[in-house]
Design a protein around this ligand. Structure first.
Ligand SMILES: [Zn+2]
Ligand SMILES: [Zn+2]
Length: 154
């Protein structure tokens, strides 16, 4: 909900989708990108909560996961496979969670949202500081994580 509200506030302010802007910026900067194909990109996001947190996003502005066309889903599946292979090789097969963040079914006002998947390898433990403050301590900058993942031969 926080992320959706944040995306809504950005949209109201800039009249653009924050995720579309992130994708454009990550492709042009090319320092946190770990993969791109015709329909999707995979990045180490700018301010990750966890080391090697990885996002996969459709390049087109697609509000909800279930609105995604087959070509994009096929590209997405390929990117998910290669991203997980990189994480597995780089981090010695860690346990991980992955979550699809998608717009709600009914709310037309929320079309500023742009679905994506977030992958969290479980490398650190969330402890009192994080629970208490809602802020996360992450010892690995995303640029370093991306550099490392890009060195993996898959
Ligand atoms: Zn978008
Ligand atoms: Zn998200």
């Amino acid at each position: 909900m926080e992320e959706m509200d944040g995306a809504g506030a950005y949209y109201e302010f800039k009249e653009r989708c924050i995720f579309c802007d992130i994708i454009k910026q990550e492709i042009s900067q090319n320092i946190r990108l770990i993969g791109q194909n015709e329909h999707v990109v995979a990045i180490e996001p700018f301010a990750p909560r966890f080391p090697f947190e990885t996002w996969i996003l459709p390049r087109d502005h697609i509000h909800r996961f279930e609105e995604t066309d087959d070509d994009t889903l096929i590209s997405f599946a390929a990117m998910l496979k290669s991203s997980l292979a990189r994480l597995r090789a780089a981090l010695n097969d860690p346990p991980f969670n992955f979550i699809i963040h998608t717009g709600p079914w009914t709310d037309g006002r929320k079309s500023h949202y742009h679905w994506h998947m977030e992958i969290f390898p479980k490398l650190t433990r969330v402890a009192g500081f994080e629970w208490g403050t809602g802020f996360y301590i992450n010892p690995t900058p995303p640029e370093e994580a991306a550099r490392y993942l890009n060195e993996i031969n898959i």
